[in-house]
Design a protein around this ligand. Structure first.
Ligand code: AMP
Length: 214
């Protein structure tokens, strides 16, 4: 199954993508995680992306489209994948459309996660991320067993550079201007399913499962 997860930063796309990935046995393709790994590894793409990411801006389309095209051609993506954080602009959605047409592998569903802005700011403000395995925690919603230490790999938990109050507001603005138009793009193609993601993780997953079973 080939899925796209849409939604503003902080709506829980990453959390749901991991659960869907475990349930369906298909990979989560998170462009944010890929860029952060590239940054840590010091690759050319990572170095190019860093200044945009730190400021809460989008990395240029041509950079991210190339990264995704390469990833989707890998063997583990041949039975399906969950795109988490891509596409984020109309140009990216069109590029994906062309690629999938060339490969004759159309998308099955686009899930749009919806959460109010106040709740998003609360979620992102308390988010802590493992520097080693990228697992995410939350100060109050999902605290680690030991403060500052990842439950899964014992890596250090940090606040992402783009989870500062100013960067959060900027990312929400960027989302509204550049990514929100994709809701209409996918609705026109009959692929869009809206999901109320302000509820607890397991309830959201229940709705996602019902949509995917249809
Ligand atoms: P995320 O972890 O999905 O919130 O992504 C973190 C940051 O990575 C974003 O704020 C962007 O700077 C960059 N990024 C991730 N995905 C994309 C994309 N599809 N297009 C452009 N920039 C992206």
């Amino acid at each position: 199954m080939r899925l796209v997860l849409l939604g503003a930063p902080g709506v829980g796309k990453g959390t749901q993508a991991k659960l869907i990935s475990e349930k369906l046995g298909i990979p989560q393709v998170s462009t944010g995680d890929m860029l952060r790994r590239a940054e840590t590894a010091g690759t050319e793409v990572g170095l190019r992306a860093k200044k945009y990411m730190d400021a809460g801006d989008l990395v240029p389309d041509e950079v991210i489209i190339g990264v995704v095209e390469e990833r989707l051609r890998e063997p583990d993506c041949q039975l399906g994948y969950i795109l988490d954080g891509f596409p984020r602009t109309l140009a990216q959605a069109q590029a994906l459309d062309h690629l999938l047409r060339r490969l004759d592998t159309p998308l099955h569903t686009v899930l749009a996660f919806e959460v109010g802005e106040e709740e998003i700011i609360r979620r992102l403000g308390g988010r802590r991320v493992c520097v080693s395995c990228q697992a995410t925690f939350h100060d109050t919603n999902q605290p680690p067993k030991q403060p500052g230490v990842c439950d899964k790999c014992q890596g250090a938990l940090v606040i992402r550079d783009d989870d500062t109050p100013n960067a959060i507001l900027h990312r929400l603005k960027v989302y509204g201007e550049l990514t929100e138009p994709l809701l209409a793009f996918y609705a026109e193609r009959g692929l869009l399913h809206r999901v109320d993601a302000s509820r607890p993780v397991d309830e959201v997953m229940q709705t996602v499962t019902e949509v995917l079973d249809r």
